[in-house]
Design a binder for this molecule. Structure first.
Ligand code: NOJ
Length: 495
């Protein structure tokens, strides 16, 4: 649960059969790569059977695999091959809604009351819609249910092919429990919960109840099940959602292009803003912990719904590396979106945020076709993986090193975070992590200019690890730590 998690968008990751579409066997063929990178969990974006109206986020069968990705036997092999390398799999669980091609919806349309109850179906009010809500894809989240003459509508917060489920229905909860059991019994480690603030759109209290039910149910089925919820919200709301006692919630307050991390990075060199990074880490840790004493943070930079970091730092490789360290040195389970480790670009429409991972220059070693409507034929500005493997200073090698440091010093992922005020000066961001008897102090020069940190009051600490973004070494001259542009050092107490 204090892992490095790698999000795979299956269509664009690795193609094993030459049809241009990434697949499960492709993922199996890259497990050694992921293991070498230092990843311990894979979050698999949806691979369930789906008409693919929203890239698998419209599921028509929760217990089957989309044929273009492979078979259930392939999936089981993925689990066992991953396990052999100490890698766990978490599934993307899309249970706010189903596809309108799901059997439940079909049977509801055929008039079976039981299944009508699984969805949110309401009578219009005097010829008008049930209410005046908007939704994410269209102006109106209500679609006529069956014959329009009946005056019934079903709710869809997303596309009209994604019908919202009714969490007030006990039979539905039984079905969800069965889905959880099905995958946990197969050996998955847990789930990423899609759209977790839309179970009852607009009611945090009701959503917290649903999340608490899912958390409790999953843990009843498998004691150490890991759940991470997508609650696309600010710091205050995320704190409130932790009252559900869910293990993890993506830290949208820090990640994504509008989060704290990007805010600080874009102001690199501005000491006033840089200073707020460490204090914000301390504040968030305290608040989340107050809501759920067992919470495990889930920091990330980007995912399949948001622009990649590359564009937001105007393609500056030093800032791409800095973002990596800021993210991976956060506590909890830190997430990497596939391709982030080679500094991929991607922004604009959704397919362009989901461009192919480019394994080698010839693009014949598993590289997929771009997804339809991807406007970015070249999404690997720092070169293919093959090129970056050879280059010690590559973004890839920086990621690999950062993960190795994260894994070597357990307090980085497990520690409670406090701002190290005495060192958090100028453009050096400094914070301490404490876990049992272990402690580390992390110093990051979030600036394009070199900086120094005065360690004279830290005589009994030594530099355990460093990360150089620009190739210049981080050196300790007497009690002065020399940090080149965007340089990072991790201190540990002397034994
Ligand atoms: C959030 C997913 O990440 C997104 O890709 C999807 O479209 C919606 N939820 C609906 O499932």
């Amino acid at each position: 649960k204090h892992s490095t998690v790698y999000q795979i968008y299956p269509r664009s990751f690795c193609d094993s059969n030459g049809d241009g579409i990434g697949d499960i066997r492709g993922i199996i063929s890259k497990l050694d790569y992921l293991s070498d990178l230092g990843v311990d969990i894979i979050w698999l974006s949806p691979v369930y059977k789906s008409p693919n109206d929203d890239n698998g986020y419209d599921i028509s069968d929760y217990m089957d695999i989309q044929p273009e990705f492979g078979t259930m036997a392939d999936f089981e092999e993925l689990l066992s091959e991953a396990k052999a390398r100490g890698i766990k799999i978490i599934m993307d669980l899309v249970i706010n809604h189903t596809s309108d091609e799901h059997e439940w919806f079909r049977r509801a349309l055929e008039g079976e009351e039981k299944y009508k109850n699984y969805y949110i179906i309401k009578k219009g009010k005097e010829g008008a819609l049930p209410n005046n809500w908007g939704n994410f894809f269209a102006d109106c989240p209500w679609e006529p249910f069956g014959d329009p003459a009946n005056g019934e509508y079903y709710l869809h917060l997303f596309a009209k092919t994604q019908a919202d489920l009714n969490y007030g229905c006990p039979c539905l909860l039984d079905e969800i429990r069965n889905i959880l059991r099905f995958w946990l019994d197969k050996g998955v480690a847990g789930f990423r919960l899609d759209a977790a603030k839309e179970f009852y759109s607009g009611s945090v209290t009701k959503n917290v109840e649903v999340l608490n039910w899912i958390q409790t149910t999953a843990v009843e089925l498998k004691e150490d099940a890991y759940l991470v919820a997508e609650v696309w919200e600010d710091f205050g709301a995320i704190t409130r959602y932790y009252e559900s006692q869910i293990t993890s919630i993506f830290n949208f307050a820090f990640g994504n292009t509008g989060g704290k991390l990007m805010q600080v990075l874009r102001a690199a060199g501005n000491s006033g803003t840089v200073a707020t990074f460490a204090t914000a880490l301390e504040k968030a840790d305290g608040a989340y912990l107050g809501a759920n004493p067992d919470y495990i943070d889930a920091p990330f930079l980007s995912n399949h719904d948001v622009g990649r970091i590359y564009g937001f730092v105007s393609g500056d490789p030093l800032r791409v590396k800095m973002a990596c360290a800021m993210n991976l040195f956060m506590s909890g389970s830190a997430f990497i979106y596939y391709g982030e480790e080679i500094g991929m670009s991607g922004s604009g429409n959704d397919p362009s945020k989901r461009a192919p991972f480019v394994w080698n220059d010839a693009r014949d070693n598993g590289t997929t076709n771009p997804p339809p409507e991807c406007t970015l034929p070249e999404s690997y500005p720092f070169g293919s993986l093959e090129q970056q493997l050879e280059d010690e200073a590559s973004v890839y090698n920086y990621y690999r090193q950062a993960i190795a440091i994260r894994n070597a010093l357990p307090a980085i992922a497990r520690g409670r975070t406090t701002c190290e005020t005495a060192l958090n000066i100028d453009c050096v961001s400094a914070y301490r992590k404490t876990w049992n008897e272990e402690e580390v102090i992390i110093l990051m020069n979030i600036s394009p200019d070199a900086a120094q940190a005065d360690l004279s009051a830290y005589g009994d600490w030594s530099v355990a690890a460093t990360l150089s973004a620009d190739g210049n070494e981080i050196v300790l001259n007497g009690t002065t730590l020399e940090l080149p542009a965007f340089g990072v050092a991790v201190l540990i107490p002397n034994a």
